[in-house]
Structure formats: C-alpha cells, structure tokens
Ligand binder design. Structure first.
Ligand SMILES: O=C(NC1CCCCC1)[C@H](C1CCCCC1)n1c(-c2ccc(-c3nnn[nH]3)cc2)nc2ccccc21
Length: 218
C-alpha cells in the first residue's frame, strides 16, 4: 500500500491557498440576510446581483494568491477568471448552504431560496448539487483547493497557453488527491467523487444565463 505523504512545499502551498480562501470571504453573509427577512423576487434578484458582483472581486483577490497564477499570460489570467466566475459562485453558494447552522436554519434557508424567484426547472438541479457538495463534508483546505482547481481549468474559452495552466492545475490536483487520501482514509473513492462534482458544477453553470433570464418577477 503506497504511503501517501504531503511534502513541505505542498504543505506551504496548501496553507497559502487556504488562508487566502478564508481571508477573501463574502463581506456580509447572505445566509444571515436571507434567514432574517423574506424578500420579494425583485429584491432577491438585486441581492443576487450584488452578491455575485462582490464575489467576483473576492475571486480576483483570491486568485492573486494562487502561486504561479500571476506568472501566467495576463490575457489568460482574465480568460480563466471569466471562465470560472459562475462555477466559483455556485461552488461558494453550495458551501454557504452546506455550512453547519443551528437546527432548522438550513430548512428556512432552503425555503427562502426555493421561493426567491428562481424558476422551478432549475431548483432541483441546483439543490441536488448543493446536497451532493454537503455530503462530501469537505474540510476548508479541500474547499479552497477545489475552487483553485476549478479556476485553473485549461480548456476555458480564449486560453492561449493551455499547457501552462495544465501544469499549475496538476500541481493543485496532486495536493488535493493526497489530502483526500489522508482526510478520508476509509473512502479511497473520495477524490474521484470530489472531481465528479466539478462536472455537475459545469452543467449547473450552463443554466446560469437561462436561470437569470427566467427569474420570476411579479
Ligand atoms: O446570494 C446568493 N449566493 C451568493 C452566495 C455567496 C457567493 C455569491 C453568491 C444566492 C441567493 C440570492 C438571493 C436569493 C436567494 C439565493 N444563493 C444561491 C443562488 C441562487 C440562484 C442563483 C442563480 N444564478 N442564476 N440564476 N439564479 C445563484 C445562486 N444559492 C445559495 C445558497 C446559499 C445561500 C445563498 C445562495
């Protein structure tokens, strides 16, 4: 049985990324707002656009801390950010939804989101994704690395030097793979399940434009 060991460099890399991920959180917590008050569809739509906008700024700041990201071609950096912003937004939403909350709060939050204005057809795939992320019980290092792997997807539109992005992504995937083995020894398939979520995430983000367009305004 191969002994899995995270090297000193990988430990340092993981710390940089996790600290950056925790530092760049959404300013005021959207879950708290939603648990406090019931908003109209228009207010929810505005809240979503505000949250998504501030999340893009958070994403830009976060990527600056990914070792090697700033050495990529500048236009490729922009292509990676544009290509991953929606996925990162849904991933962060899933992590917000799966957070441990006082009993009954998750149900209230789910209800508020179901009634927020999102059209019916997207509710099920979105919550299926949120629940599949929740079932993974990711530690924060895994969450940070998964977001990093998502950002460093080589086949985003307009990326010129895909090899350079691939090399960076592979570095992160290697750390994530080892971390999964060490964190979930009883589940050898955990890493594969984690990567499977990225496929679900890409599908969900394809709906995004349609979801916004079909938001039920009164
Ligand atoms: O604000 C939000 N998410 C932010 C979380 C932090 C990162 C930036 C996005 C929205 C809420 C907006 C107001 C109405 C209720 C949902 N949100 C969503 C969500 C819902 C629909 C679309 C969408 N996209 N296109 N059409 N609808 C996107 C995200 N899922 C959430 C799960 C937990 C907590 C909040 C959640």
């Amino acid at each position: 049985k191969e002994k899995v060991e995270i090297t000193k460099e990988q430990q340092a890399l993981m710390k940089i990324i996790t600290d950056a991920y925790n530092r760049h959180q959404i300013p005021q917590d959207v879950a708290k707002k939603l648990l406090q008050d019931q908003y109209s569809a228009e207010e929810n739509f505005l809240l979503l656009t505000e949250m998504a906008t501030s999340q893009v700024q958070v994403l830009v700041e976060f990527t600056k801390n990914i070792p090697g990201f700033l050495s990529l071609d500048r236009e490729d950096q922009i292509a990676l950010l544009k290509g991953s912003a929606v996925e990162a937004m849904f991933l962060r939403s899933a992590q917000v939804f799966s957070r441990k909350m006082p009993s009954g709060h998750t149900e209230v939050l789910e209800e508020r989101i179901r009634k927020s204005g999102i059209s019916e057809e997207f509710i099920t795939p979105m919550f299926n994704f949120y629940k599949s992320i929740g079932e993974l019980h990711m530690v924060q290092e895994e969450q940070a690395l998964l977001t990093t792997v998502t950002i460093l997807t080589p086949d985003r539109p307009y990326v010129k030097d895909q090899q350079a992005v691939e090399r960076l992504q592979e570095t992160m995937l290697d750390v994530l793979r080892k971390l999964c083995v060490l964190q979930h020894p009883q589940e050898p398939q955990y890493f594969a399940r984690l990567l499977g979520r990225l496929t679900e995430l890409r599908t969900l983000s394809h709906y995004h434009t349609e979801m916004l367009a079909s938001w039920r305004m009164n």
